[in-house]
Every structure is written in structure tokens, then in C-alpha cells.
Design a binder for this molecule. Structure first.
Ligand SMILES: [Zn+2]
Ligand SMILES: [Zn+2]
Length: 244
């Protein structure tokens, strides 16, 4: 399934390259690679949330959220009994089973919605004037990925402004931390350098970064450097994560 290979080039003297809404920046003295891009706005239920919070109250939302989550998974425990009494239930077996699982799905969706409302409430409360549902996102979030020899780190910065008192606030979230990309002791045979044209001089000088780019895509970033000139290149390969 979906395989995609992309190269980002850093010719001599160039440390920054922007492609497809992503900027790649290289620190040649430390080999740190920084990738920045824009994320998406939150998709919170901004219309419904204030009404629901006002009528139910936060405490009740919290309880209902937990109860519906429990009910959502209850079919797993109830189903074995239905199966056991299948003979006794007769023609009612299938309607019961279907109702049970549809109910489970419904409770799961309600629970998700309440989780959303709760986190929207927490995020949008103004730190300065203390009003509810006050912060709004003023621009798209900045997603920053930093790859060093020891670490791979991804952070998301969101920009908020209170619609009542104009207080501005940043929320920074560390998304994932994984994938070490140590220096290779014995680099593989080199490729031809696109910078100086020499054969076998472009070597993969460190181990690749590999991480989940989205829930179903795994990305591998490989780092190349020319031994002859200062040309640097990274390659990115996206592969669908197989579910089997
Ligand atoms: Zn405010
Ligand atoms: Zn070269």
C-alpha cells in the first residue's frame, strides 16, 4: 500500500529548505535537523459545549462520561451470557445481540463527546480574567520536530487569545519522543553526490529516524552527507502501517 519517497536537498551554503508546507532546517555543526509545519485547528464542539456545561455542570459531565464509557464496554461482558442462553432466548437472540452492540457504540460516542467538551472547557478557560470558553485559537498551531543524535522530539505549539480580555497564551504539548539516530560507525557504500557529482561519496552517516507520522503511516528519515563537498540530503519514506 501507499509508499512514498521524497528527498530534501541542502546544497553547499543552504541550510533551510521549504517544501509542501514543511520547512527543513539543518544545523551543520551539530547535525540537528528541525522540521516545522502547520497543524490543524482544534475541532471542538464550540457551539454546544457552553450550553451543556451550563446545564449539566462539570461534575455531572465527569460522572456521565465515566458511566457511559463503562456502558460502552459492557457488551464485552454481557455477550458471553447471551451466547450461553442462546437456546433459551431463541428468536430473541439476534435482536438482543444487535441492540447490545449498537448501544455500546452509542455510549462510546457520547463518552467521546463528553471528553471533548471537558478538554475544551479546560483549554479555553482564561488564565487572566478567569472566564469560561474565552480562549480562541488565533492562528494554526506550529508543529516542530527536532532530530538529534540522542533524541527525536515533537512538540505542538498552539496560540490562544481571550475574546474578553485579549490575554494571549501559548500551549506547548510534547507529542512523542522516540527513535534515536546515532552516528553510524561503518557507513554503508555511498551513492553518487548530487552536489559535486562524485561517485560513492554520499554516505548515510547516521541511523534513520523512524516514527509514526499519523496513526496509519510510519515515516523513515534517512540522513546523507557528502564526504567530498558539503552537500547534505535527507530522504523521507512513508509506509502504511500494516494492521495484520
Ligand atoms: Zn480573559
Ligand atoms: Zn559532494
Amino acid at each position: 500500500m501507499g509508499k512514498d519517497l521524497k528527498y530534501v536537498e541542502f546544497p553547499v551554503g543552504i541550510d533551510k529548505n521549504c517544501l509542501d508546507n514543511c520547512c527543513y532546517e539543518l544545523d551543520r555543526s551539530t547535525d540537528i535537523l528541525t522540521i516545522t509545519s502547520e497543524g490543524n485547528f482544534y475541532n471542538f464542539p464550540t457551539e454546544r459545549a457552553p450550553d451543556i456545561v451550563n446545564s449539566l455542570g462539570l461534575k455531572r459531565i465527569n460522572v456521565v462520561k465515566k458511566v457511559t464509557l463503562l456502558l460502552a464496554f459492557s457488551p464485552i461482558f454481557i455477550f458471553p451470557f447471551l451466547l450461553y442462553f442462546r437456546q433459551t432466548l431463541g428468536e430473541f437472540y439476534w435482536p438482543f445481540t444487535i441492540t447490545l452492540f449498537l448501544g455500546g457504540i452509542m455510549f462510546f460516542l457520547i463518552s467521546l463527546d463528553l471528553f471533548d467538551i471537558e478538554s475544551y472547557y479546560k483549554i479555553s478557560k482564561c488564565k487572566k480574567c478567569n472566564r469560561d470558553f474565552a480562549y480562541e485559537e488565533i492562528k494554526k498551531p506550529l508543529v516542530k520536530k527536532i532530530s538529534t543524535y540522542d533524541d527525536y522530539e515533537e512538540t505542538e505549539t498552539r496560540y490562544f487569545k481571550c475574546k474578553y480580555c485579549n490575554d494571549e497564551d501559548l500551549k506547548i504539548k510534547s507529542l512523542l519522543k522516540s527513535s534515536k539516530s546515532r552516528k553510524r560507525r561503518s557507513p554503508k557504500k555511498g551513492k553518487t553526490c548530487k552536489g559535486c557529482g562524485r561517485r560513492f561519496t554520499l554516505i548515510e552517516y547516521r541511523y534513520p529516524d523512524t516514527y509514526l507520522e499519523s496513526f496509519d503511516t510510519r515515516r523513515t528519515i534517512r540522513h546523507y552527507k557528502c564526504k567530498n563537498c558539503e552537500y547534505i540530503e535527507i530522504s523521507m519514506k512513508d509506509e502504511a502501517v500494516s494492521t495484520d
